[in-house]
Design a protein around this ligand. Structure first.
Ligand SMILES: NC(=O)C1=CN([C@@H]2O[C@H](COP(=O)(O)OP(=O)(O)OC[C@H]3O[C@@H](n4cnc5c(N)ncnc54)[C@H](OP(=O)(O)O)[C@@H]3O)[C@@H](O)[C@H]2O)C=CC1
Ligand SMILES: O=C([O-])CC(=O)C(=O)O
Length: 437
């Protein structure tokens, strides 16, 4: 079937199911302490809550706002009976989480974690809005079917679409995973341009329709510069809200330090990744701790730290591709979960986490106006602050300068996408993603 036919037949099917099954199961903050059960078609749809005794008027297909008809997928178009027959937990207001590249490998792990409650908590209902392309629309429908069949109690809506304006509507979290992988013989400048265009378009769409305080996590590579492009195209959203995912690098670094020290990895803390999610990234063993002690006091082999450890973390993605035949997907999904949880739960006293964030106003002397991985702490409100009490030595400064230079070169390369004039691409020759060998 031609792509156009496929997409129109899918739309018809979605509209049909929406018409047949009445309205989508959205609910408001007022509907706390409700129990949720799929509503049977033969009954009159109703919403009843135990605290407020809210009873919504029956809604039929005829009275529906036409926009909402394509706004749900399959079983997620059903009305839920909110009558509390038994004492239940109290439910938070539904949150909208948008995910691009939703038919890809990383998303295939991530979506089920989001829907299960392990990311935002067991009392947080969630709407998943999935962005694909004409290429992936059929696959995306398959993903939505698997989500249906998983019977997640917290998953209240699933939307699939190829239109970022539809998918990012009212988004409170946008997880931007979809990006073209660098193919054999492809210049990095070409990758920056192709993916940069995707992130420029998505930035504009977020700016237009997302929640004004949306938190954006860019995963698709080259993620730092994609995040910069995205934030430059979304001037209404605070630049501080954009993150490039470097949590996988942090996790990889913790694992290597734990292995060398012969301790379990939960004993490693204060792990900063500085800079770019690329092979110039700097895993900071000067400030990291093992069992609360500086790493250099626990691991006396400083040559290993400077040479082997650093390179192992920088190239871990490549080694994984060599063994597994594809790039990290499950561990990346886990690290996205970690990154979100670090923003929605208070950072443990004295510790911090790494994220690629906008540099303007940073206390470390790193160039302004790039997206650079730095140590952050959060009160658990979705926001973060940069950690001030870190130390530097010559080794660390020199390494940070290299990754900074790489990001500044990437920025010059995408000036046409950030509204800063004509692009000049003078990328350092050894610029590579972690997965490239
Ligand atoms: N920051 C990090 O730590 C990590 C980042 N990554 C990056 O995450 C991204 C996604 O990885 P993964 O899920 O494994 O990749 P997949 O190839 O499985 O999925 C990527 C998705 O990107 C979408 N895409 C968007 N534009 C294009 C295009 N022009 N050509 C081809 N596909 C496109 C495709 O979806 P559709 O057709 O729906 O648009 C595809 O489903 C990659 O950029 C990867 O390098 C990976 C690991 C770690
Ligand atoms: O290089 C890639 O595409 C994969 C990647 O980011 C990683 O494994 O860290």
């Amino acid at each position: 079937m031609a792509v156009a036919e496929l997409s129109s037949s899918l739309k018809t099917e979605l509209n049909f199911s929406s018409n047949t099954l009445f309205h989508s199961n959205r609910f408001s903050a007022d509907h706390r302490r409700c129990s949720f059960r799929p509503f049977h078609r033969s009954q009159t749809p109703r919403v009843t809550c135990s605290i407020n005794q809210v009873e919504a008027a029956p809604v039929t297909a005829k009275t529906e706002d036409p926009k909402s008809k394509s706004d749900c997928y399959g079983v997620f178009c059903l009305t839920y009976d909110l009558k509390a027959e038994e004492e239940t937990t109290s439910w938070k207001k539904l949150i909208n989480v948008s995910v691009s590249g939703a038919a890809g490998m990383i998303s295939n792990h991530l979506l089920f974690k989001l829907a299960s409650g392990e990311v935002f908590g067991p009392d947080q209902p969630i709407a998943l809005k999935l962005l694909g392309s004409e290429r992936s629309l059929q696959a995306l429908e398959g993903v939505a079917m698997e989500l249906e069949d998983s019977l997640f109690p917290l998953l209240r809506e699933v939307v699939i679409s190829i239109d970022p304006h539809e998918v990012f509507q009212d988004a409170e979290w946008a997880l931007l995973i979809g990006a073209k992988p660098r193919g054999p013989g492809m210049e990095r400048a070409a990758l920056l341009d192709i993916n940069g265009q995707i992130f420029a378009e998505q930035g504009k769409a977020l700016n237009a329709v997302a929640s004004p305080n949306v938190k954006v996590i860019v995963v698709g590579n080259p993620c730092n510069t994609n995040a910069l492009i995205c934030l430059k195209n979304a001037p209404k959203i605070p630049a501080k809200n954009f993150h490039a995912l470097t949590r996988l690098d942090e996790n990889r670094a913790k694992c290597q330090l734990a292995l060398k020290a012969g301790v379990f990895y939960d004993k490693v803390s204060n792990m900063t990744i500085w800079g770019n999610h690329s092979t110039t990234q700097v895993p900071d063993f000067l400030n990291a701790k093992i069992n609360g002690l500086p790493v250099k006091e626990v691991i006396k082999d400083h040559r290993w730290l400077e040479e082997e450890f650093t390179e192992k973390v920088q190239k871990r993605g490549g080694l994984l591709i060599e063994k597994w035949g594809r790039s990290s997907a499950a561990s990346t999904a886990v690290s996205i979960v970690d990154a979100i949880r670090s923003l929605v739960t208070p950072t443990p006293e004295g510790d911090w986490f790494s994220s690629g964030v906008y540099t303007t106003g940073n206390p470390y002397g790193i160039a302004d106006d790039i997206v650079f991985s730095m140590p952050c702490r959060s009160k658990g409100d979705g926001d973060y602050e940069l950690v001030k009490d870190v130390i530097f030595d010559d080794y660390l400064r020199k390494r940070i300068a290299k990754t900074e230079a790489e990001l500044l070169a990437e920025k010059r390369c995408v000036a046409h996408l950030t509204g800063e004039g004509i692009a000049v691409c003078d990328l350092p020759g050894d610029t590579m993603l972690p997965g490239e060998m």
